[in-house]
Write a protein that binds this ligand. Sequence first.
Ligand SMILES: NC(=O)c1ccc[n+]([C@@H]2O[C@H](COP(=O)([O-])OP(=O)(O)OC[C@H]3O[C@@H](n4cnc5c(N)ncnc54)[C@H](O)[C@@H]3O)[C@@H](O)[C@H]2O)c1
Length: 486
Amino acid sequence: MPIDPKPTASHYIGGEYVEDTAGTPIDVISAHSGEKIAQVHSATPAIIERALTAAGEAQAAWAALTGTERGRILRRAADIMRARNRELSELETYDTGKPLQETLVADATSGADALEYFGGLAGSLTGEYIPQPGGDFVYTSREALGVCVGLGAWNYPTQIACWKGAPALACGNTMVFKPSETTPLCALKIAEILTEAGAPAGVYNVIQGLGDVGAALTTDPRVAKVSLTGSVPTGRKVYAAAAAEMKHVTMELGGKSPLVIFDDADLENAVSGAILANFYSTGQVCSNGTRVFVQKGIREAFVKRLCERLDAAVIGDPMDEATSFGPMVTSAQRDIVLGYIEKGKAEGATLAYGGKIIIRPGNYIQPTVFTDVTDDMIIAREEIFGPVLAVLDFEEEAEVIARANDTEFGLAGGVFTQDLTRAHRVIAAIKAGSCYINTYNLAPVEAPFGGMKASGVGRENSKTAIEHYSQVKSVYVSMNDVEAPF
Ligand SMILES: NC(=O)c1ccc[n+]([C@@H]2O[C@H](COP(=O)([O-])OP(=O)(O)OC[C@H]3O[C@@H](n4cnc5c(N)ncnc54)[C@H](O)[C@@H]3O)[C@@H](O)[C@H]2O)c1
């Protein structure tokens, strides 16, 4: 029997669950059955106030702990997450509809990796000693920013809560995290686990709500930093609001990333890469390589093998571990994707695979492949955020680089070729933050993750994330008399 997904209460503030039923109800609908499985309430102004106050009051004492002490708590939380991987994975599946086969290995485990990694780094966050003439010197210290706000998207609710929370807390910040209104359940468990691991009350708080709650958090003067994972249009709004008050930001936004497959690529690996780049999490992945540029010589074999492999997708109940392709997160998102499929057909692309809704309860849609896609088509320009792969033909390396970069986005990119010199040359020319050679969509915590151009500002994961959750103070120390002009 899977777990009961109903949360203890809507919010988690100051180390405990908090309810305020005056907030607008937000239903959690099963992506598989279409039935209501839980309900939370949007944060009222009183709840927002309580969360910001709790985070503000906890911050100085949290920052005053040694990094080793903070890190110990984060690593303990990582251990708890690993021990409860099954229940956290089931909750992720309830929240999103992603197959348990995926969530068992990709969500709580990735969240635990972040807590463990940044917990390990926390004790090593030190400054520099910079010698100056005459025995003077400068030293630097790395300080917390203060209260950070995390705003999550719906595709990876556990992972996003941890990818933002772990580096923020490691650096001595406290956090108010607002999950997507579509997937409100998982972040509450992260807050609960952090308390169990020893995080003082108020260090990590979770409140629910839609964009208005996110906007209220973003503009509050007590907030030093806003980290958003979401779409480019939301990113523009949140970045502008944060900039008005000179706040720090991290923006992890959308993409329309290129995956380039050269004639000499290993066919089976290239097809596997294209599947990982388009159909994992039913296509709801920001870094997906949805523009698949295939060189003329391998194109026919590639499309044939891709369609054969898609026949092996097991579509069904995401709680069944045999299922490898689940429903979309909401019926609204499925309808957006169906709209794009209609646009692709109307624009003259060839529907090579799928393209239809699957008639059963829930938000099921077939994995879909379009061929004969040209650069100007809407399905080649806009982020669809669903299982729709577009095959674009190409002949020359220089041509494909120019076409791959002809987009406002710059989140990810990949190349499949057995010519290593070409692989490095092409990837060096791709304007994207997270790139892959002969694989796709891996995001280890040790590596920076994030986008160029409209796809983002800043990076998550890796030592780089520390830069985005802390600030440097430099202190000049004189060992000599002070000379003044008068
Ligand atoms: N780059 C990444 O790491 C990454 C990862 C996952 C998803 N994404 C992107 O996220 C998008 C899908 O997620 P989504 O539909 O939940 O995104 P979204 O932009 O609709 O919402 C993201 C979050 O912002 C909040 N929000 C909305 N308006 C706001 C406002 N004015 N002020 C403050 N907060 C506001 C939402 O409530 C939600 O919590 C896709 O574009 C996808 O590419 C990016």
